[in-house]
Write a protein that binds this ligand. Sequence first.
Ligand SMILES: [Zn+2]
Ligand SMILES: [Zn+2]
Length: 98
Amino acid sequence: MNDDNRRDDRPKFQGDWKCCDCGAAITELPFEPRDTENLRCFECHKKNRPQRNDKPQRQMYDNNGEGWQCSECGGRIDKLPFDPRDTSTLKCRDCFQK
Ligand SMILES: [Zn+2]
Ligand SMILES: [Zn+2]
């Protein structure tokens, strides 16, 4: 009596494709493939999903674009990996490595 639980709202596209990775037949896709050469079956698609790269991006400070001055050589310091509290002792990378 109740057929409602078979309802699937998402449109499916029928076809006769092949997975470019494992060669498995693909007969149904949740989207209309534009490039049928590079289709992947569901399994390969899962495998090939790009890994999220959670490497934290080091925040760089640039003193609102002003930069700082090196206390040693007077050279300009464009960016620092920290927000310096005491700018009178700042050193550029060159002087810092000396
Ligand atoms: Zn595959
Ligand atoms: Zn310097």
